[in-house]
Design a protein around this ligand. Structure first.
Ligand SMILES: Cc1cc2nc3c(=O)[nH]c(=O)nc-3n(C[C@H](O)[C@H](O)[C@H](O)COP(=O)(O)O)c2cc1C
Length: 379
């Protein structure tokens, strides 16, 4: 006799069937995850003003469609740092993915690999960088600089040896932003989940409030531009600085000889009151003068957001929370589904806007939105 389908499984399947947008995935993830975990992923710092601004900023621009353009072939392929990408969306580094799904970063890697997307692996991942390399995913390594410079150098060397194709130095986190949701929830890593890249290094590996002791005790708040040359000397890999939001720092990054920057405010998790990334993108792109590639993350939830970022000068974009929701809801398949949702929406946007190739998405493709739209009202 055929087994009756498990009602819980049916409920999950029904939920997955309704996940047409990133917001649907977020709602489903909220239902499935413990509140402490959902809040850790979803939350920002302070009053979460910057977090909200990141998504609102996309509503301040409209797309200017061109018509009677042959869009029978839309091609989202591009290059970043000379590396070919099937579409201009990378997976931003996010910590502690085994809280979302038992396979954590491994599932994310499989989901990204199924589409040929680049995964930026966090220093504080819960699967080791070598185990992730074994999945074959295209990978960059995100670095937090520790006071122990020997340990920091060892991380970079391990990443190089394991086939990572770039080092992404996060520069917006000298200290950890104040995350009130985590304080209220007494956030702690669940038992058995630890900092896989730092095992045996005397850092907190599992349980307790590992995250906070990690930052407070080991992270180097004294890092400056003078250290960038040292970081560049550790490996021949391209160096990307993640967390720049001003023209001044863009010029310093160019002078420091880095290969690219990511306009990022850490998804609104660091300085509350920092501007939305899309708002500062034009000033950063202007300051870069085409000498380094400018990427952007923060608040991207749909393909039209990617389109607007590209029109304002981003070479490519990264997403953080969206794929975490996919991971929580449906593991590797969920990560793939979320990336497909954003990619397919980008391709449809390109077609309907009469911009069938990435190079066609230029500054003339967007314009400031009417004020009513900016205030969140229907025009
Ligand atoms: C749960 C979570 C953990 C994160 N962990 C890291 C990290 O370990 N290193 C890092 O450089 N950025 C980290 N970030 C920031 C992301 O790389 C990225 O800048 C941000 O998520 C982009 O915004 P979005 O979530 O709106 O797409 C984290 C973000 C989230 C949401």
């Amino acid at each position: 006799m055929a087994k009756r389908p498990d009602p819980e499984l049916r409920a999950v399947e029904a939920q997955v069937a309704l996940t047409l947008t990133v917001d649907d995935f977020e709602a489903a993830a909220r239902d499935m995850l413990p509140e402490m975990v959902f809040d850790y992923y979803a939350g920002g710092s302070g009053e979460e003003w910057t977090l909200r601004e990141n998504t609102r900023a996309y509503g301040r621009w409209v797309i200017r469609p061109r018509v009677l353009v042959d869009v029978s072939n839309v091609e989202p392929m591009t290059t970043v740092l000379g590396q070919e990408l099937p579409f201009p969306i990378l997976l931003a580094p996010t910590a502690f993915q085994r809280m979302a799904h038992r396979d954590g970063e491994l599932a994310t890697a499989h989901g990204a690999a199924s589409l040929g997307a680049i995964m930026v692996v966090s220093t504080i991942a819960t699967v080791s960088l070598e185990d992730l390399a074994a999945t074959g995913v295209r990978r960059w390594f995100q670095l937090y600089v520790l006071k122990d410079r020997g340990l920091t150098a060892a991380l970079v060397k391990r990443a190089h040896a394991a086939g990572y194709e770039a080092i992404v130095l996060t520069v917006d986190t000298p200290l950890l932003g104040r995350r009130l949701r985590d304080e209220r929830n007494s956030f702690a890593l669940p038992p058995g989940i630890g900092l896989a890249n730092l095992e045996g290094s005397g850092l907190p590996e599992s349980s307790g409030s590992g995250l906070f002791s990690f930052f407070l005790e080991r992270h180097d708040a004294a890092l400056t531009w003078d250290d960038v040359a040292w970081l560049r000397s550790l490996s021949p890999l391209p160096l990307v600085l993640k967390g720049i939001v001003t023209a001044e720092d863009t010029r310093l990054a160019v002078d420091a000889g880095v290969d690219a920057i990511v306009v990022s405010n850490h998804g609104g998790r660091q300085l509350d009151g920092a501007p939305a990334t899309l708002d500062v993108l034009p000033e950063v792109v202007e300051a870069a003068e085409g000498r380094i590639e400018v990427l952007l993350d923060g608040g991207i939830r749909r393909g039209s957001d990617v389109f607007k970022a590209l029109a304002l000068g981003a070479r490519a974009t990264l997403v953080g929370r969206p794929y975490l929701w996919g991971l929580a809801v449906n593991g590797a398949d969920g990560v793939r589904q979320v990336l497909e949702i954003i990619r397919d929406d980008l391709m449809l946007t390109m077609a309907l806007a009469g911009r069938p190739a990435i190079v066609d998405i230029d500054r003339s493709a967007v314009a400031p939105a009417p004020a009513a739209r900016e205030r969140g009202e229907e025009p």
